[in-house]
Design a protein around this ligand. Structure first.
Ligand code: SF4
Length: 181
């Protein structure tokens, strides 16, 4: 059963950690899709089969569907920035770094109150400078961040469900993650 008080607390924590767009949906609205995994396998992000948090190592679509069925709530959080123009790569990279860096202390804070929560990030896990995959086990299996896409989620659908924008308009970039609990 959804826990509105806990949801509000985690939404506020996300804002306190600097996420400037935050929304809520419920875990029963998370639908992992094979088509998203097919895009992972196409390897346009160059992370397929290169990271413990990415396919095929991160588990199957069915594994994620089962995990989601054990949770109630989802807080979706975004880092949104304005670019000088659509080629403003510096802002894109800086915003991605900001989004991922603040997720580490945010996740620590959330895990203090919901230890078994599941964080899904924008892109593959970058906790280590170089992932231990495939020769050695994950160094931080309880802290690693799988990408939302790795779990089979359509990020725009999750944003729609959480009633927050996926697209923030011309010359804006948004990095989007969520925590399921
Ligand atoms: S915690 Fe390190 S070893 Fe584990 S998935 Fe992330 S980058 Fe790879």
């Amino acid at each position: 059963m959804s826990n509105p008080e806990l949801v509000e607390k985690i939404e506020n924590m996300a804002r306190d950690h600097g996420y400037n767009c935050v929304g809520h949906t419920t875990a029963d609205k998370l639908h992992p899709r094979d088509a998203v995994r097919d895009m992972c396998a196409a390897n346009t992000c160059h992370s397929y089969d290169r990271n413990w948090s990415c396919p095929p190592a991160c588990g199957s679509i069915e594994d994620y569907a089962k995990k989601f069925s054990e949770y109630e709530d989802v807080v979706v959080f975004e880092t949104v920035a304005e670019m000088e123009d659509e080629f403003d790569v510096d802002t894109m990279l800086d915003t991605n770094d900001d989004h991922k860096e603040r997720m580490i202390p945010f996740a620590e804070d959330v895990r203090e109150i919901v230890p078994d929560c599941l964080f899904l990030s924008a892109g593959p896990c970058t906790l280590c400078e170089e992932c231990a995959y495939p020769d050695n086990p994950c160094r931080f299996p309880k802290k690693q961040f799988a990408a939302m896409e790795a779990s089979g989620l359509v990020v725009s659908d999750v944003c729609k469900s959480a009633d927050i924008p996926y697209n923030h308009g011309k010359n804006h970039i948004a990095y989007i993650s969520c925590v399921v609990f």
